[in-house]
Ligand binder design. Structure first.
Ligand SMILES: CC[C@H](C(=O)O)C(=O)SCCNC(=O)CCNC(=O)[C@H](O)C(C)(C)COP(=O)(O)OP(=O)(O)OC[C@H]1O[C@@H](n2cnc3c(N)ncnc32)[C@H](O)[C@@H]1OP(=O)(O)O
Ligand SMILES: [Co+2]
Length: 134
């Protein structure tokens, strides 16, 4: 069911500062910030040869990463995103196995313009998992 690793996401309190670390200290190629109000985050992608790092800063009053940053104020790894070919088939298979799909269970359009779903961290070894259809 799982395809390639698409991205590892890091929640940060200061997106500009985190972007500077990846761009200036680590010498990586970084995208422009992209505000995603429907997801409650602003994102910057760090481009690596084999995958991406997604830097996430809270956006708006009800950001889904706000509670995470309250517990880890200096930031930390927030989720991991795997590619799938058929997100509805993956969702139905996982739900049948007892896994919890976050929200209403319907895919949303993610930062790459493709359907995404999130799986509850308590069902995946303590790690929030994002699936992206490619
Ligand atoms: C889609 C755009 C973009 C893209 O890639 O295209 C993105 O990636 S947007 C990313 C931001 N969006 C989301 O994260 C949406 C999905 N997440 C959620 O809906 C919530 O964060 C959820 C349901 C995972 C947790 O929300 P909840 O309100 O239940 O949080 P609690 O603080 O009550 O936590 C409950 C329990 O889970 C643990 N937890 C929470 N978040 C994480 C995490 N990221 N990794 C590991 N564990 C996590 C938390 O510590 C609590 O555990 P407990 O033992 O009870 O203390
Ligand atoms: Co993501």
């Amino acid at each position: 069911m799982l395809g390639r690793l698409n991205h590892v996401a890091i929640a940060v309190p200061d997106l500009a500062a985190a972007t500077a670390i990846y761009r200036d200290t680590l010498g990586a190629a970084v995208s422009q910030p992209q505000a995603l109000p429907e997801h409650g985050v602003t994102v910057v992608f760090v481009e690596l040869p084999n995958a991406k790092v997604e830097l996430l800063e809270p956006l708006g009053e009800a950001s889904p990463i706000a509670a995470f940053l309250e517990k880890s104020p200096s930031g930390g790894i927030h989720h991991i995103c795997y590619e799938v070919n058929d997100i509805l088939a993956a969702r139905d298979r996982l739900k049948a196995a007892g896994a919890r799909v976050v929200g209403d269970g319907e895919p949303k359009i993610g930062a790459h313009g493709k359907p995404v779903l999130f799986l509850h961290p308590k069902d995946f070894a303590g790690t929030l998992v994002e699936l992206e259809q490619v």
